[in-house]
Design a protein around this ligand. Structure first.
Ligand SMILES: [Zn+2]
Length: 210
């Protein structure tokens, strides 16, 4: 059984209006995001696929992976992609105290700054962040980037055909879609990403950076 919504329920967007769920768009822009990387395993595939289609994306990186795979992170920056913060250790906000959570964001941001990143974009791992944590993070000047379409690429019970269908079904102008730079997503992503890009571009959409 699927335990996550592919399309973010409108009520969540209403409850947390200070988070970014999608961008208003008048020109068919879509925002492509990849969470959890950079990994040695999957990042080269993502980079080469995006290059082939001349598409730029946002990557919400785990600080520990930035440290471990610095070369991959540099390649992302060289290719014109934009990196954001996904905590140092991929923490679940609902299970983490305020200080530990904020410290983990600080640490991840330090790793980003060492790579020359100046933007303050934050995506909470699992989308789980308490209201108080959210307020504190906003106060520190971050934009909190959620999503309105979750591809489910990480779900190993989801067929790659269904994952592609999910990815395309709810996309609209201004949509923010989540994929993963994470080995769990490998088989789905390798099938879905090129087909998704091909289809979206052929329908006249363009991809922009957050
Ligand atoms: Zn994540």
């Amino acid at each position: 059984m699927r335990l996550y919504p592919v399309k973010t329920p409108y009520i969540l967007e209403r409850l947390f209006p200070h988070y970014t769920w999608k961008r208003s768009s008048s020109n068919n822009s879509i925002y492509l995001t990849f969470d959890d990387g950079p990994t040695d395993e999957l990042n080269p595939f993502i980079i080469s696929t995006l290059k082939e289609y001349e598409v730029k994306a946002n990557f919400f990186c785990v600080g520990e992976n930035l440290r471990k795979n610095r070369g991959e992170a540099m390649k992302l920056i060289d290719q014109g992609h934009r990196l954001g913060n996904h905590t140092q250790k991929h923490l679940n906000g609902w299970k983490t105290g305020m200080k530990t959570y904020l410290d983990s964001i600080d640490l991840c941001q330090e790793n980003l700054e060492q790579l020359g990143v100046t933007v303050k974009l934050f995506r909470p791992p699992y989308g789980r962040i308490t209201k108080k944590q959210g307020q504190a993070v906003l106060k520190q000047g971050y934009e909190i980037i959620m999503w309105d379409v979750l591809s489910g690429d990480f779900d190993q019970n989801l067929s790659k055909e269904k994952c592609l269908k999910n990815s395309m079904k709810y996309i609209g102008p201004g949509s923010i879609i989540v994929f993963h730079d994470n080995v769990k997503a490998e088989s789905n992503l390798k099938y879905v990403l090129p087909r998704f890009l091909e289809q979206m571009l052929s329908e006249g959409n363009n991809f922009e950076l957050l």
